[in-house]
Write a protein that binds this ligand. Structure first.
Ligand code: NAD
Length: 417
């Protein structure tokens, strides 16, 4: 039977139920790991450029703080829903626990279309969102960061607004800031660099020569572009296809990520890039490549198309791109999936370093940051692989098992379960 269209939240809950079975958790604990500790629904009035007030709807979900203050990005997206934010907040709990960061998980979102807003409107919305949630965030409570359609500039406005409210500069309240105001070196491309380190480990494991490997990337935003650039320049791979919301392009001889990015800046899309063939996003997912990198949105590899995935490795830089049913098909077909909260945890690893640097007012050089990230990914990947082999689990089950076990132990020690 084909799985019904699962929501992202349902998919996360199925993964957690599966993990609870593996860990033999009791009913109370199962409920506790699926339930957020706090949810905020806020209305944000913004004076638009035409002088009219528009009310935007925003959310902040703090999922679990047993291991430390919660941490998670903010999305500005027209299709944002509370359920997506709940799913992403939960994923952040497991993403912080997996590389053993002393942080819990949260996520935020505002329903808005940034493409239709002026810079002034965006600034007023960003400040309004922070005013609405200010009493419930902070370095020791919950630390926001950028995500889809939010930028370092937006983080700068948010940090400034929070600092104004508190009456003192609070760099450590928000991460992903520009380096001039407390941002960490290496943060802007850390998700993608962490993904490249994870890919290097996976390729080593599977005997794939990265110098001749072909890569297709869905999504050419912050994460997808840097992934293309780093994997091409640092690992020597050939990027044969990339896409965005308007379509995909393919060139079997390889695309230069810098040139494609320039074309995207000029024309607002990767499509019609000279010397490449326009293809559909579906065709991109099904290309015969060594590595497929979903770097756009959730639920793109589903039961219906999982059998058509021809890549040897799926490196999930997007959050939640593969549904549980698709996961099983990929596993049975011998496709090695590096799950999202392992593949893309580089962002939160460097965000953690940003908080530490802000707290100490002492800043690391780029080599220190890169080495920390490299060591962290290597160690985390090895840990997930070892558990997956020992317990005969696929990589996502293995990663969930490690993270959930750590969070449950912390909850038990603190007496919340
Ligand atoms: P972004 O907004 O910079 O880029 C998103 C890209 O996806 C854009 O190029 C957009 O055109 C494209 N896209 C949207 N819908 C598409 C579709 N249906 N088909 C193909 N392309 C599509 O966002 P980002 O920060 O690069 O985030 C991408 C993914 O990575 C998200 O799932 C996000 O949650 C995840 N992620 C981001 C970070 C981070 O540090 N930014 C960290 C961890 C995970």
């Amino acid at each position: 039977m084909i799985e019904k269209e699962l929501t992202f939240l349902e998919a996360v809950k199925i993964n957690l139920d599966e993990c609870a079975e593996i860990l033999r958790l009791d009913e109370e604990t199962r409920l506790a790991i699926k339930t957020p500790i706090r949810e905020l629904h806020v209305s944000i009035p913004v004076r638009m450029d035409d002088r009219k007030i528009k009310i935007f709807k925003g959310f902040r979900v703090q999922h679990n703080n047993a291991r430390g203050p919660t941490k998670g990005g903010i999305r500005f997206h027209p299709d944002e829903t509370i359920d997506t934010v709940r799913a992403l907040a939960s994923l952040m709990t497991w993403k912080c626990a997996l590389p053993n960061l002393p942080l819990g998980g949260s996520k935020g979102g505002v329903i808005c279309n940034t493409k239709e807003m002026s810079v002034g409107e965006l600034e007023r919305l960003s400040r309004g969102y922070i005013r609405a949630i200010a009493n419930f965030i902070g370095p020791e409570i919950d630390v926001p960061a950028p995500d889809v359609y939010t930028t370092p500039q937006i983080m700068a406005w948010m940090m400034d607004e929070y600092s104004v409210i508190k009456g003192k500069t609070q760099f450590e309240a928000i991460t992903g800031k520009p380096v001039e105001i407390g941002g960490s070196l290496g943060r802007s491309n850390s998700t993608s660099l962490g993904g490249a380190f994870a890919l290097r480990e996976a390729a080593l494991e599977h005997g794939i020569n990265l110098k001749t490997a072909t890569i297709a990337i869905q999504g050419f935003g912050n994460v997808g572009f840097y992934a293309a650039k780093i994997i091409h320049e640092m690992l020597g791979c050939k990027i044969v296809a990339v896409s965005d919301s308007k379509g995909a392009i393919y060139n079997k001889n390889g695309l230069d990520p810098i040139d494609v990015n320039k074309h995207k800046e000029d024309t607002d899309s990767v499509i019609n890039f000279s010397g490449s063939e326009n293809i559909s996003n579906r065709e991109l997912l099904e290309l015969d490549v060594d590595v497929l990198i979903p770097a756009a949105m959730e639920n793109v590899i589903v039961e219906k198309n999982a059998d058509n995935i021809n890549a040897k490795i799926v490196l999930e830089l997007a959050n939640g791109p593969t549904t549980p049913a698709a996961d099983k098909i990929l596993y049975e077909n011998g496709v090695h999936v590096v799950p999202d909260f392992l593949a893309n945890c580089g962002g939160v690893v460097v965000s953690y370093l940003e908080i530490v640097q802000n707290s100490y007012a002492y800043y690391w050089n780029i080599n220190d940051v890169t080495k920390y990230l490299d060591d962290k990914i290597k160690e985390t990947y090895k840990n997930v692989l070892t558990v997956s082999r020992e317990k005969e689990l696929h990589m996502r089950q293995s990663a969930f098992t490690i993270s959930v076990d750590r969070v449950v132990k912390a909850m038990k020690l603190r007496g919340s379960i």
